[in-house]
Design a protein around this ligand. Structure first.
Ligand SMILES: [Zn+2]
Ligand SMILES: [Zn+2]
Length: 140
């Protein structure tokens, strides 16, 4: 049986490794116009290869959109975490970035937490271009 689902295949901005993120899950985060985290289809994704956390603009009309991605069908082989929402630190800016990270399904919570400690922050931007600092947040 074919259980492939549609994914975005992004290229990590730091190391170029491919990242397969499920389109449906990300679509749900942006499904309701009133509760969209931002209006640019912007997400924060963590590269499994180099642990770099970066911003990807999936909205093709956005001036800083991420041109280098495709959509393709693939088997979902990883647990994908949707959220939490990272808030922009700029006063008056209400943009949020959903943080997307992936693990192979068997990874115990303890190892996931340890991996979160190795993530490399510093590249995140909200859709208005403000930088977003590493959040004060803990994986549950
Ligand atoms: Zn990378
Ligand atoms: Zn902002």
């Amino acid at each position: 049986m074919d259980e492939r689902i549609l994914h975005y295949e992004l290229r990590c901005k730091s190391c170029g490794a491919p990242m397969l993120l499920p389109v449906g899950m990300i679509g749900r985060l942006f499904a309701l116009p009133d509760t969209q985290p931002n209006s640019s289809y912007a997400i924060a994704a963590v590269c499994r290869q180099c642990k770099s956390v970066d911003t990807y603009f999936l909205e093709r009309n956005h001036p800083r959109h991420t041109p280098d991605y495709i959509e393709k069908f693939a088997y979902p082989i990883r647990d994908t975490m949707d959220g939490p929402m990272l808030g922009c630190g700029e006063e008056g800016c209400r943009a949020l970035l959903p943080l997307i990270a992936q693990w192979i399904p068997e990874t115990p919570t303890k190892e996931r937490k340890a991996e979160v400690e190795t993530w490399r922050w510093g590249h995140l931007q909200c859709p208005a271009g403000h930088s977003i600092a590493k959040p004060d947040w803990e994986l549950l």
